[in-house]
Design a protein around this ligand. Structure first.
Ligand code: CA
Length: 222
């Protein structure tokens, strides 16, 4: 899952971005509204964390522009604690949730998890598929109850496929959603991750659809 952080306070931006990376997300960051708007307008994010008080273009304007252009990714806004009117304006502009400053970074992580989960139509943090179980909160995966060790890249591929398990996911889509903008985007690396994943989870769970990409095959479904 790939997340954008738009926050002009460099320390806060770094703190939130690092925590998200540690939790397994690919993270891009911007420190003003114009850069943030551009990234959100041109890159496919699974969630955005958007500060409202930003230089060049304020957060509400950024959000309104995205929504007017049909950008539907989940957006969590960061507001000042005592400004209730900001929360109302943000939600009216199309925000999905908010966190008031100062916050504990764990709260931001929990809310981002919930937004990503809901966007994937999931009610809980756990995805179960036959013998496979993935817990998004702990980023842990088990097969038949036995924990399996995945690298962060392997985990991201598996989590993304499971979130979109009713359809074929192309290599390009995986690359766009799993890596930040600075990553070397070689589509062969995806094949390598899929190959390694098939050695760790039941191989028949991940089907290669020639020329199109990959699809999760629920057990007993072919
Ligand atoms: Ca700010």
């Amino acid at each position: 899952m790939r997340v954008l952080v738009v926050e002009d306070d460099p320390d806060l931006n770094r703190q939130v971005s690092e925590a998200l990376k540690e939790a397994g997300y690919a993270v891009d960051s911007a420190t003003d509204g114009e850069d943030g708007h551009f990234l959100g307008d041109t890159e496919p994010y699974d969630a955005v964390i958007l500060d409202l008080g930003l230089p060049v273009m304020d957060g509400i304007s950024v959000l309104e522009k995205w929504r007017r252009a049909g950008r539907t990714m989940p957006v969590l806004i960061l507001t000042a604690r005592d400004r209730w009117s900001d929360k109302v304006a943000g939600i009216d502009a199309g925000a999905d949730d908010y966190v008031a400053k100062p916050f504990h970074v764990e709260e931001v992580l929990a809310r981002v998890r919930a937004l990503v989960r809901r966007a994937g139509g999931l009610a809980t943090n756990e995805i179960e598929l036959g013998p496979l179980r993935l817990d998004m909160r702990s980023a842990r995966v088990t097969v038949d109850g036995n924990p399996i060790k995945l690298t962060s890249h392997e985990y991201r591929v598996l989590e993304y496929l499971l979130h979109h398990r009713d359809r074929v996911v192309s290599r390009t889509e995986l690359i766009e959603h799993l890596y930040d903008q600075d990553f070397d985007r070689d589509s062969n690396t995806i094949e390598v991750f899929i190959g390694r994943l098939r050695k760790k989870v039941p191989a028949e769970l991940i089907e290669t659809v020639r020329g199109l990409g990959y699809r999760i095959v629920p057990p007993g479904d072919g």
